[in-house]
Design a protein. Structure first.
Length: 294
């Protein structure tokens, strides 16, 4: 199993000409390969792998009749740590958000390929070690580290306001995971704010711990249903957004800068014949993937 990360960087004018010099393209594609599951089929005592990693940017798919080679911005093999994934995929995005850019980290792949493990870490009930925490909690920690460093450098003349929202897209409807009583919400577009969800709760946070508390509360509300692919398969897209607003006073002028960090965990991307979904579940799955393009 493997899945894709899509990392997007966008400035407020939607122009790529002012992207940080170390970013290059505004959109980058990363691949992470998950180790074979225990009890999976093996060949001559070894796991029969469908692909092999050639380098940190390419892999070979053992397809028939001819193998195919694919190139990406980064390929993380089975031994890549959570820390390495964060440093390679996410760290520069968080840094750019501090400079006023909007950033998105999106995980796309089949159910069971490791998307949620990479984005969140193991389940809270697993009593996992600290070094297994995922991209999202590490992003919180790094963001507030950068904020504290910036405040210390700038002194009392600069302040930050961080707000979190958490929505779910399920069956072509938008739900607020921070307000379990909310009805279906709607998208709107604003000339300055861009696309946003009307009525979504935004909770102010002042630390990584508070941000993680908001995330954990919303995650418990996420709609989950079992499929033949994975008993814990999520059947919805989840979008956690941190709005970062900085205010700096200089003489008589007040400069306000706002950016967004979007952290997205998509529903499983497996094909209909692989899930054996029928009836209502099939309709839900079809609508899930049409909602990806909202």
């Amino acid at each position: 199993f493997f899945f894709f990360f899509l990392a997007e960087l966008r400035n407020v004018t939607n122009s790529q000409s002012n992207l940080p010099s170390n970013e290059g393209d505004a959109i980058k594609i990363f691949v992470r390969i998950r180790p074979p599951a225990e009890g999976s089929r093996s060949v001559d005592g070894e796991h029969g792998l469908c692909l092999s990693v050639l380098s940190t940017t390419s892999l070979r798919l053992h397809s028939s009749p001819e193998p195919k080679i694919f190139t990406f911005d980064y390929v993380a093999d089975m031994d890549t740590t959570q820390e390495s994934v964060f440093s390679t995929v996410t760290k520069s995005i968080v840094e750019s958000c501090m400079s006023g850019y909007n950033g998105t980290i999106l995980a796309y792949g089949q159910t069971g390929s490791g998307k949620t493990f990479t984005m969140m870490g193991p389940s809270e009930s697993d009593n996992f070690s600290h070094n297994l925490r995922g991209v999202i909690p590490r992003s919180f920690e790094y963001l507030f580290y950068l904020i504290d460093r910036e405040k210390e450098k700038a002194g009392a003349g600069k302040s930050f306001l961080c707000k979190c929202s958490f929505i779910e897209i399920y069956n072509e409807q938008i739900y607020d995971l921070l307000d379990s009583a909310s009805a279906g919400l709607h998208l709107r577009e604003h000339i300055k704010k861009g696309v946003f969800v009307v009525g979504a709760v935004e909770q102010v946070v002042t630390s990584a711990a508070e941000a993680y508390q908001v995330l954990s509360g919303g995650w418990r509300n996420r709609r989950v249903a079992s499929t033949s692919m994975n008993r814990e398969s999520s059947r919805s897209h989840a979008v956690f957004t941190i709005t970062i607003e900085s205010m700096e006073k200089s003489n008589e002028t007040v400069n306000i800068r706002t950016s967004l960090l979007n952290l997205v965990d998509l529903a499983g991307s497996e094909r209909q014949k692989d899930t054996h979904a029928e009836g209502m579940r099939l309709k839900v799955r079809m609508r899930l993937w049409s909602s990806t393009y909202m």
